[in-house]
Design a protein around this ligand. Structure first.
Ligand code: IPM
Ligand code: MN
Length: 349
């Protein structure tokens, strides 16, 4: 019996989580996966009501869960940073979810803005370091609000954090057909931090002679992701660059409506979420595409070891997308959030 924590949080988060659960229920019943869910009221509304962001008592309970399923974080009436840092980043850090896994896969029937590219060209996965780099939150400011203001925001890279991320990427590449890892960095400018990445990548790579290695500077990576996405299999990169290139990746794979992700602690509690944000202006309108959220539910099962159940959810997503019944996956597609969830659920085989 798995215990899955639900953190629907803000904006359209609750709507997409509801559809993910709808599909999960069908798939789990079919494959005999037993689970219970515990929902937590965190997010902008609770913060505005009580001033609490993520109470320690909630965090302690989350540590005992088998997985966390999150909707989206961000509220129009709360200053940027409070919920992002206080909920999402705090969970990633405190639960040591050191990998942010982001598949960039174009499914048949989904339109990509890349002319002449199809599903056979766009199938890679980004391994984003998830606990260090510019996200470490180290820094400060001096003389704030004056013309002499000084602001420092440090990027933190440790050998341990870099190595475990790179090692994860190589292990992942071994499970894939292409068996190639491309490291994406800015080592031509970040000559301390990313020099550590370069040396670590070379050293760890020697332990994996069966895996092809490649390298791209992050700016060039953006170019290749558009021009030659078929070059990529596994990309490993730092936290900030991983954040940026996966929004580009989401567009390449057909939009924010389809891109799912996992915050992974291979030895602890992992958390799954759509890459898209809370999209406040669409809250409660039943128009947002829940496919990314549903796919995140599938990833949850896969990482709990319920591979068949997870695969069934992914296959149902693939079938729904291929059916042509979901329109352009935008908020104007004419297909509602709940109708999409119903269709995917009906296609679980
Ligand atoms: C993401 C998001 C977060 C990030 C924000 C909401 C803090 O953009 O998961 O990619 O920057 O990691
Ligand atoms: Mn992001």
């Amino acid at each position: 019996m798995y215990r899955i924590a639900l953190l629907p949080c803000d904006g359209v988060g609750p709507e997409v989580v509801a559809e993910g659960l709808k599909v999960l229920e069908v798939a789990a019943a079919k494959y005999g996966v037993e689970y219970e869910t515990v929902e937590y009221d965190v997010g902008g509304d609770r913060y505005l009501r009580t001033g609490e962001v993520l109470p320690d008592s909630v965090l302690d309970e989350l540590r005992q869960m088998d997985a966390i399923y999150l909707g989206a974080v961000g509220h129009p009436d709360v200053a940027p940073g409070i919920l992002e840092k206080g909920i999402l980043l705090r969970l990633r850090f405190e639960l040591d979810q050191y990998i942010n896994l982001r598949p960039v896969k174009l499914y048949p029937g989904v339109a990509t803005p890349l002319a002449g590219k199809g599903p056979e060209d766009i199938d890679f996965i980004v391994v984003r370091e998830n606990t260090e780099g510019l996200y470490a939150g180290i820094g400060g400011s001096l003389r704030r609000g004056t013309p002499h203001e000084v602001a420092m925001q440090e990027a933190v890279y440790t050998r341990m954090g870099t190595e475990r991320c790179i090692r994860y990427a190589f292990e992942l590449a071994r499970t894939r057909d292409e068996k190639k890892v491309t490291m994406v960095d800015k080592s031509n400018v970040l000559t301390f931090g990313h020099d550590l990445w370069v040396r670590t990548f070379a050293e760890v790579g020697e332990e994996y002679p069966d895996i092809e290695t490649d390298h791209a500077y992050v700016d060039a990576c953006c170019m290749w992701m558009v021009k030659n996405p078929e070059w990529f299999d596994v990309i490993v990169t730092c936290n900030m660059f991983g954040d940026i290139i996966t929004d580009l990746g989401a567009m390449v794979q057909g939009g924010m409506g389809v891109a799912a992700s996992g915050n992974i602690n291979p030895n602890g509690v992992s958390m799954f979420e759509p890459i898209h944000g809370s999209a406040p202006k669409y809250t409660g309108q039943n128009v947002i595409c829940p496919v990314a959220g549903i796919a995140a539910a599938g990833m949850t099962m896969e990482y709990l070891g319920e591979v068949e159940c997870g695969k069934a959810i992914e296959d149902a997503v693939i079938a729904a997308l291929a059916s042509g019944k979901l329109g352009d996956l935008s908020t104007r597609s004419g297909v509602s959030t709940t109708e999409t969830g119903d269709l995917v659920a009906s296609l679980v085989e």
